[in-house]
Design a protein around this ligand. Structure first.
Ligand code: NG6
Ligand code: CA
Length: 507
């Protein structure tokens, strides 16, 4: 891979005040400048949820434009079938099971150690402005943090210059935005208190006061009621800081647009992590998106997310940086329909298949748990194509390090930059995948799934978990729906894969 250089000439050319600093003025510049990088990370978006991957009942023209104008990966993976572990891997380049990463409550302390290498930190050290806007869900501060004071550590202590986030998920307290470690809009006379075990005396809850809710809980989600929505965890106070659910997409998008517009004027390139909340529960489309799909709120928030991506692209074009910006888009885990609220996701599904033909879903060790939309886009640099290269979000660290000429390394991240830029169809040769602490081993077209105890189906969400009675081998190319266990016919291959898996997994 040719190293990207930043010639003195361009640096000098950009020293003049009238220079549009970060813009691409010539094709020569576009290959010599370090590009801006935007990582768009959806929450629970399935492989089949995009028009380009076969979605029905929801149109996704802006997602599709990125996929059709860039590379649409048919073997793109999150490291895990749930959020916190996948984000941990994507942001650090390390397998999440090394850290025992699991879905965190909103009160959890920061999972990433401040001494750890991170993707954002590597890019910061390589001269980038770095920011995260959207969902975090990797813990904040310490165990005994006080939400009414500056929270340390926060994303700014693990590589980001700027952060504007929600702490965990839209369904978890605290339901407030946090900017650079401080709750936004907090009235000191109405302090926030958070408890994940016990309610505060005199406060209502979804469990005891279902009549006060405007969105009904199906399982879990019966603690504090905020904006009519019963949440996970109890929260008291902080009224002036509480977010508006239906405005969340616009709110984060506004921050994203401002960031892009401002930073595109600076000498430095920027790395923006835009972690969108859709289509995770509670699905609260802005009223102008209600009914945009035939799928109910789940489809409507996908349409809303699609519109946001269109707005982001418009902002990039207006800033004149489209040819100098690499966009990577993916999702933190596979899809789920009923994830705890009655919101018609099941009833209005019609013939839409969020899994895109894959088996399982969120929480599952089957393929749909981790096999997600994965797109790279860079106008003028990436030739439109589809790629079956095996790539994982965890590989962003090593790949982008190569792109920007950084020598930093992270334990499990592999350099798949040629695949991400489309100059090669080769990705990684193998990958360990994780679902709620269980792991499987992907190698080439095969996946080896060990036997695990536990329920076959999570009946609340109606997803097959991939707890098999006996070890299984599937050929995902020939059998993407994992219907035929071919372990018995391939004893040597099984032995070989098992050996590799055990040596890499360490058990
Ligand atoms: C589960 C929640 C689910 C969702 C998930 C996290 C219940 C019963 N279910 O525990 O609704 O919030 O955690 O999703 O509480 S993730 O995409 O952030 O991993
Ligand atoms: Ca998720």
């Amino acid at each position: 891979m040719k190293k990207i250089i930043f010639p003195l000439l361009i640096v000098m050319a950009c020293l003049g005040t009238s220079c549009q600093k970060n813009q691409t003025n010539s094709s020569e510049e576009s290959i010599t400048q370090k590009p801006n990088i935007i990582f768009i990370y959806l929450d629970d978006l399935g492989y089949g949820d995009l028009g380009v991957n076969g979605a029905k009942g929801v149109e996704t023209p802006h997602f599709d434009a990125l996929a059709n104008g860039g590379i649409n990966f048919t073997n793109g993976y999150a490291s895990s079938a749930t959020c916190t572990p996948s984000r941990y891997a994507a942001f650090t380049g390390q397998y999440p099971w090394r850290k025992n990463a699991k879905i965190l409550p909103g009160s959890a302390p920061m999972l990433i150690d401040t001494t750890q290498v991170t993707l954002a930190g590597m890019l910061k050290e390589s001269g980038y402005n770095t920011a995260i806007i959207g969902k975090w869900h990797l813990g904040l501060g310490t165990h005994d943090k006080n939400w009414n004071e500056h929270i340390y550590p926060n994303p700014n202590d693990v590589g980001y210059h700027h952060s504007y986030i929600m702490a965990a998920t839209q369904d978890r307290v605290p339901t407030v935005y946090i900017e650079d470690g401080d709750v936004v809009g907090l009235d000191p006379n109405d302090p926030i208190e958070i408890d994940y075990d016990n309610n505060f005396p005199g406060q209502t809850s979804g469990k005891e006061n279902p009549e006060l809710t405007t969105m009904k809980w199906h399982h879990g989600h019966n603690s504090s009621i905020i904006n009519g929505i019963p949440r996970i965890g109890f929260m008291k106070g902080g009224k002036s800081a509480i977010w508006s659910d239906v405005d969340m997409a616009d709110h984060f998008l506004g921050k994203v647009k401002n960031y892009i517009t401002e930073k595109s004027k600076e000498d430095k390139p920027f790395f923006l992590t835009y972690t969108m909340q859709q289509p995770h529960v509670p699905r609260t489309p802005h009223p102008r998106f209600v009914g945009k799909s035939t799928l109910g709120p789940r489809g409507d928030v996908i349409a809303e997310a699609d519109w946001c991506i269109g707005e982001l692209m418009k902002t990039i074009r207006e800033a004149g940086i489209e040819e100098n910006t690499l966009i990577v888009l993916s999702s933190d885990n596979g899809p789920v329909l009923n994830d705890g609220y009655y919101d018609d996701a099941v009833e209005k599904l019609g013939d839409h298949d969020p899994n895109g033909g894959l088996r399982g879903g969120k929480y599952s060790l089957y393929d749909a748990g981790t096999h997600v939309p994965f797109i790279t886009y860079w106008k003028g640099k990436i030739q439109p194509s589809t790629s079956n290269a095996l790539v994982c979000q965890m590989d962003l660290f090593a790949s982008l390090a190569d792109l920007v000429g950084s020598k930093m390394k992270s334990q499990d991240s592999e350099n798949v930059l040629p695949a991400l830029l489309g100059t090669s169809k080769e990705g990684r040769s193998s990958l360990i995948l994780e679902a709620t602490t269980r792991t499987s081993y992907r190698k080439g077209d095969y996946v080896l799934m060990p036997a695990y105890e536990g329920p076959k189906v999570n009946t609340e969400v109606n997803i097959e978990l991939g707890n098999l009675n006996e070890l299984a081998l599937f050929n995902l190319k020939e059998d993407p729906a994992q219907t035929k266990n071919i372990a018995k016919e391939n004893p040597e291959l099984v032995q070989q894969l098992l050996k590799e898996f055990i040596s890499k997994r360490g058990k």
